[in-house]
Ligand binder design. Sequence first.
Ligand code: PEP
Ligand code: MG
Length: 759
Amino acid sequence: MSISPAAVTGPRRLLKRVRDVMAGPGSAEERLGKIVTIIAADMVAEVCSVYVMRAGEVLELFATCGLAAEAVHRTRLRTGEGIVGYVAAHARPLNLRDAQSHPNFAYRPETGEEIYHSMIGVPILRGGRIIGVLAVQNRTERQYTEDEQEALENVAMVLAEMVAGGELVNRDELIPADGIALLPLRLSGARLAPGIGKGTAVLHEPRIVIDRMVAEDPQEELTRLREAMRGLQKHLDRMVEAVGDIDLGGGEDTGDILDAYRMIAKDTGWLNRITEAVNTGLTAEAAVQKVHDDTRARMAQVTDPYLRERLHDLEDLANRLLQHLSGQFQSPAFGNLPDDIILVARNIGPAELLDYDHTRLRGLALEEGSHTSHVAIVARALDIPVLGGVKGVLDKVEGGDPLIVDADNAQLFVRPSEDVRAVIDGALKARAERKALYAQMRDLPAQTHDDVNISLNINAGLLIDVPHVIESGADGIGLYRTEIPFMVRSAMPDIEDQTRLYNRIFEQAEGRPVVFRTLDVGGDKLLPYWQDMTEENPAMGWRSIRITLDRPAVLVHQLRALIRAAHDRDLHVMFPMIAEVAEFRAARELLDRQLEREAGRGFVPRSVKVGAMLEVPALVWQANSLLGQVDFLSVGTNDLLQFMFAADRGNPRLEGRYDTLSPGVFSFLKHLVELCDDRNVRLTICGEMAGRPLEAMALIGLGVRRLSMAPASVGPVKEMVRSMNAKSVEQYVLSLLDSPSKSLRSRLKAFAIDHGVKL
Ligand code: PEP
Ligand code: MG
């Protein structure tokens, strides 16, 4: 969008005058008083006021031209209260012909504002945070133009420097420190990547100090902007080359993500908004900052996690562009850093993370962040624990603070006390020792004292998980969740992409069997590029095989890719959430047709085995017919148990209400084991319970011989298997089947302790 010179002369003049007053003599309040008078005159408004955010989220009137002078420092509005509070709460301008008829209008008698009708308020933003509101009012019902709004926003931008400078209110008030900043703290968050990390806080704030906000010559600023853009593009190109070899699996590698960055950097909408701000009188830096602040403020309103991540990518780019403009490459990644970095950020883009020396990164604590964020995927690939959603972390942590990211228990320790450090040191040491122990057991068989062999397999979902099958000494991949690669991408992968990915999995598994589960989406597993599938009861809704049978094209493509990748190899395909034999038959028919079609193209697997996941109890009552058709069965206890007990596995109020180690579950599984044994159908348990030693012990007692679990569980479960006697566990477990107890957990634990079973 281009703006005519005449349209911008006014705003530029206003900005320059505001800047001159800001830099001139007098106290900050006196200068602010002059500024509101200048703005009122320039906009032909009867009122111009500045409200500053004070501790406790209260907006206080600091200067006014037009409202009663006694109201200064007396009129205070909470965020969300009145029009001014509304602007602050929504971080957006509000332009009203008749403010008094707005539902949020709050009349304050001390101001004498009852005679004013039209009103425009714009947020004063700094670093994505609201630090005040600038408002203009008129008696008449006037509609302020877009240009006027833009001009006010620019002035607000310049004023932000003054407010943030600490002359009006103490800077401590702008950055709520709540007086406990130096005491040890424990903050909670969400585990985005597992592990525990201990180190020194590095604040990732590549914030550039802008000392020139108002442009002398907009043309020159536009030239600087273009040059900086070129620099940024080159930098991104270099980064793509440098990190191209870090493979994230899931069909998406860091190169793909950075490519998306390059595309955003070329997006004309973004550049236009910056150019527009330069045209209205801001320097290139101030213009980027303005667009950046707007974006950050808007981000606070967006709830869609995928969109938030894309907005964040944009923010990351704005930061980088500022660095190119100012020549200040301030990312701490380029400075002197401790050897044990715990990075603290509001959010961080994958490219920014990759700027750091990842061998020194011990953890990441994010104020925001989500499971779908690319940065979480990169961090998992690099084995860095990540905590997201740590509310207040930016306010409460200082650079250099000792920190402990305990992602496994979803907590962050800030300046931990000696006691906490000692506990964490103990946990880290124990983890390291156990890891070493498990590594030693890698090539030992998972065999009980009485020579029963148990097949231990891993569950995987990303390419980086696959090498664990070799490292952990597992027999194969018992469950490859193919939906995860679909979930981390921004578009549906095509057949070629999928074939490449499945090929890599086969290669990395080095001949060990891999059970590919077909797309299992819906419920809590949403694809970013599919329409909103909000349902009242998603766990029991249109999900998994129900979707892929209703929309067979997706399944057909996936099956073709699997067949092509499995050429001359053993193909194991498993269909999820099968509730009735007819569903399995329909899915299998689709597979058979694709096998025939691909054979005509020269793709022929060495062998094909087809199985079903048993997650819906109804299927057991068709066992006779089912077992004649499947080559194997795998029990997904995560879903199965929520359906058996009719208890949503994600509902915290039901947590602990029913136990997997209970007579009902045992009887069900015992019956299933017998059915499969009779018909010689291979049975695996691949839900979370298979990876917990006590549960695994009970399953073996029930006759289960194959387990599939998270790679980190293979060591502990193998250690347990090698310390147990299958016969004696079986006798004990069977003796519990008719128990009226709710849970058999404590009895099983006691049994394990008495019999030297290592849990
Ligand atoms: C299960 O339901 O137990 C299972 C393994 O599948 P997911 O956890 O992927 O739903
Ligand atoms: Mg499941």
